[in-house]
Design a protein around this ligand. Sequence first.
Ligand code: FES
Length: 321
Amino acid sequence: MSDLLQAFVHTLRYEAEDIVGIELRPLPGEAFPPFDAGSHIDLHLSNGMLRSYSLLNPPGETRKYVIAVLKDRASRGGSRCVHEQLRIGMRLKISAPRNNFKLHEDAGHSVLLAGGIGVTPILCMARRLRKLGRSFELIYCARSRQSAAFIDDIDTLGAPVHWHFDAERGGPPDLKALLARPSPADASNTHYYACGPAVMLDGFEAACAALGHAHAHIERFSAVEVAAASDARQHYTVELKRSGKLITVTTETSLLAALRAAKVEPPTSCEEGICGSCETRVLEGLPDHRDSVLSAAERAAGKVMMVCVSGCRSERLVLDL
Ligand code: FES
C-alpha cells in the first residue's frame, strides 16, 4: 500500500441531482502534495472500501483537494458510503494524487468531452488551460440540466462549450459528428480528452479512430473486463531485479499474489487495474496487459505494466521490483 495522507472533510456541497461536492483539507499546519490536471486520489472509506475520484479544483492547490461524487444507483457501497456516512469534520485517509490522464499543455488546441460526473477531471483541465491561455473547447453531455454539475463554473471559464442534455435533445449525442468539427489549430496538434460512462468512452474511442484523431485520451471510472491474450502463459517465471528474487506464477495464483507471497509489496490501491498505483517497469519479457489505464501505444511499448491484474506472454518476465 502506498503512503497515505490524513485529511478532514471541510465542506459538503450540493452540486446537482445526486452529486455531492467534497472539499478535503489537510490537518492544521500541514499541506497536501501538489497535483496536476487529470489527477485523482483514493478515498479510504469507513466501510473499508477504497474509491478513486478525480480532483476538480485548480491544479497546484495544496491547501485543499476538491472532488465530487455521484450517488450511483448500482453502487456496490462506495458512493453510497460517501453520500450517507461522510460528515463535515470527519477525518479520513486518502492517497497522494496520481495521474493517468495527463494534460498535454503544449497542444495547439484541446477538445474536452465530459459525460455526467466525468466532468470533474475535465473541469480541472479546463481551468488549467484557461490559466495558461491555451486554445480549448468543451463538450458537456448529461442526462438533464438538473443532473449536470458545475454548469456555472464552466460558464465562467468563457470557453466555447457545446452543451448536450439528453432530456432536451431526445437522446444521446452523435459523438462522431461533434468530434468531426474542424479544430481552429493544426489538426495534428489537437488533443482530445474524454471522461464519462463506459458507453460514452467506447463511442469516443471509436469516433476518434474513425476520424483519424491521433491524440485521444480517456479516463475510466470502472475497470473494463479484459480477457487474457490468446498467447498468455499459464505458467511463467518472474525475476525481480531489485530484490534479487525469482518467483513462479501458475494458474493457482495471480502475479500480485505471487509477489506478496515472496514478501515483495508493490504499491497498490484499487487492485482492479484502474488506478495506476501498481505501475511497474518491465525490464524484459512480454506483459499481457489487462488493465484499464495504459493506452494502446503504452501497451505496445511494453515498458510498464499494472501488476495487480496483468499477466505474461513470455516464459520469463523481468520486473524492476
Ligand atoms: S492497484 Fe490499481 S491499477 Fe493496480
